[in-house]
Design a protein. Structure first.
Length: 288
């Protein structure tokens, strides 16, 4: 994948660029003030923008990157340190970043995150959804409301993926900034609750797990159903339960995942409260 790695210190970014080149990526390192030109020239799949401690100017760069014409849609991640405050990150997400990598991290972790971004970049362009006109969106809502049965969006994490309908038929709820921002709200809430980094995954209808919980939400007017899965393999769940409850946590893995699911459920409901999305009865339910 083509990657543009931009920041104020090219020398500091070169080791990261070299690790990506070893993984087979085509990497260009550029100063942050020429990042836009580099993106137009390279047409990258991923842009990694290094953010210094005082980074107000980064929002202007993000805005310009998102306004690029003639370049394909790309993923935009920020490389940040722990000292970067949440207000700056919140503004960055509102302006158009897709994710963040917090230092310190190893080259192995860095490579794994970029590989994950590469998988996302190979998926169908989500811009097809976000660029739908208001008229088209209203038409899609009327069409869906006239058709019996819910339209299902199956997710593990939060990503716009239609399971039974083309992405052009997503409703106004999923076209809104609320949907986009809910994933970040969930990540922050869960990270704070668990005291561990939390990553939202969007592959498939459920996590590749044999232990977990499922959440289902419905929007009656728009005939929309949203499913959110929370899960882990037994080994990971046991380690997390011990982290949460101490040495007696072995038998509390299911309870722990239920608590995380309830936490996610509350955060998601808060995010969508203005759009009248409700939880269906009896959830979360155990995934067999």
């Amino acid at each position: 994948m083509k990657v543009v790695l931009a920041g104020s210190s090219i020398a500091e970014l070169e080791p990261f660029a070299e690790s990506l080149r070893e993984d087979g990526h085509a990497v260009r390192v550029a100063a942050d003030h020429v990042a836009v030109a580099a993106c137009i020239e390279e047409r990258p799949g991923l842009v990694l923008l290094d953010v210094p401690r005082q980074a107000e100017s980064v929002h202007a760069v993000i805005h310009k990157l998102r306004e690029i014409t003639g370049a394909p849609p790309f993923l935009l991640f920020l490389l940040v340190g722990g000292e970067v405050d949440d207000d700056l990150l919140l503004r960055a997400y509102e302006t158009g970043i897709d994710g963040e990598l917090r230092r310190p991290f190893s080259f192995a972790y860095f490579s794994a995150r970029v590989a994950s971004a590469a998988r996302l970049a190979r998926r169908p362009d989500p811009g097809v959804v976000t660029s739908v006109s208001k008229t088209s969106a209203a038409s899609a809502v009327r069409s869906m409301a006239a058709t019996p049965g819910p339209r299902t969006i199956a997710v593990a994490g939060l990503a716009d993926r239609a399971a039974t309908e083309s992405e052009n038929a997503l409703t106004a709820a999923t076209l809104s900034g609320t949907w986009r921002n809910a994933g970040e709200s969930i990540r922050k809430t869960a990270s704070g609750f668990l005291g561990l980094p939390v990553t939202l995954v969007a592959d498939g209808t459920a996590p590749p797990a044999n232990l977990g919980c499922a959440i289902s939400l419905t929007h009656p007017l728009q005939q929309l159903e949203i499913r959110l899965a929370v899960g882990a393999d037994v080994k990971s769940a046991r380690r997390l339960a011990v982290h949460m409850f101490g040495e007696d946590g072995d038998g509390l893995m299911g309870d722990m995942l239920n608590e995380v699911a309830n936490l996610f459920m509350g955060t998601l409901k808060t995010s969508f409260s203005a759009e009248e999305i409700y939880f269906t009865a009896g959830l979360p339910e155990t995934i067999s």
